[in-house]
Design a binder for this molecule. Structure first.
Ligand code: ADP
Ligand code: MG
Length: 243
């Protein structure tokens, strides 16, 4: 971390797809131990930003990304995740026919670079950390409920002991009570020492858990700062209503 306590620094990060500038000159810091929220209308570049940060499947067209004091924008994806920067995907990414526990072991092997025996222990810790029902750990992932698959997704990422976890719209598809439970889960993962960046459509969740909020619109930063002030910002209100 640098002297300001920033675990991650994005500097003038840009991603182009032909004519389209999906992420346009975005700069921000994520401080150690915080939950940093990211919101924005559909297509505003949120997921592309996670792709760029983790190199999955591509890095930035331009700009620098500094994680724990080191430039990572040219590293291959596996080196970024093993350096402690791990992401989840908006779409379900579990292996459907593998058991819940086997999925999390895979997460520990890939994200954490752990060997098989260490990965088993890490998986048990991670399943415990997300409160996954013990009796359901041996079920194929495809037989789990929507919320259990969210727990699984987070456990798989946490099993590698990341310093920073990037969550891409984890509340999608959840009921209101489940979203509340997810909020508590995110807070508890942070309290275990994992810095979190949370992309979310559900503003109530962002307001509940995030210390700071950045809003993207058409690839650029529209507003950032205190979440309650940001959501009242006239430009933010218009960006959402305009969609
Ligand atoms: P969000 O996650 O905020 O909804 P995305 O980051 O998925 O938005 O997309 C931002 C823009 O970039 C969209 O216009 C999308 O169509 C475009 N985009 C994303 N990925 C690609 C890609 N691989 N090739 C071309 N265009 C892309
Ligand atoms: Mg997205």
């Amino acid at each position: 971390p640098d002297q300001n306590g920033a675990l991650l620094q994005a500097r003038n990060v840009t991603r182009r797809f032909g004519e389209l500038v999906a992420v346009n000159d975005v700069s921000f810091d994520v401080l150690k131990g915080e939950i940093f929220g990211i919101a924005g209308p559909n297509g505003s570049g949120k997921s592309t930003l996670f792709n760029i940060l983790t190199g999955i499947p591509f890095g930035p067209s331009a700009g620098r990304i500094i994680f724990m004091g080191e430039e990572i924008q040219r590293l291959p994806a596996y080196r970024i995740s093993q350096a402690g920067l791990v992401r989840t995907f908006q779409k379900d990414a579990e292996f459907p026919t593998m058991t819940a526990r086997e999925n999390v072991v895979c997460g520990a092997v890939y994200c954490g670079g752990l060997r098989r025996d260490a990965a088993q222990a890490a998986a048990d810790d991670a399943l415990d950390a997300v409160g996954f029902d013990k009796r359901r750990q041996s079920l194929p992932a495809m037989d789990l409920s929507v919320y259990e698959r969210k727990q699984l997704m987070i456990a798989s990422a946490v099993a590698g002991s990341p310093a920073m976890l990037l969550l891409d719209e984890p509340a999608a598809g959840l009921t209101k009570p489940e979203i509340k439970e997810l909020g508590d889960l995110v807070l508890s993962i942070r309290d275990r020492g994992v810095t979190i960046v949370l992309i979310e459509h559900v503003l109530t969740l962002l307001l509940k858990v995030s210390e700071r909020l950045m809003v993207l619109n058409q690839g650029a930063v529209l507003a950032h700062g205190d979440p309650h002030e940001v959501v009242r910002d006239q430009r933010v209100v218009e960006a959402y209503l305009g969609k």
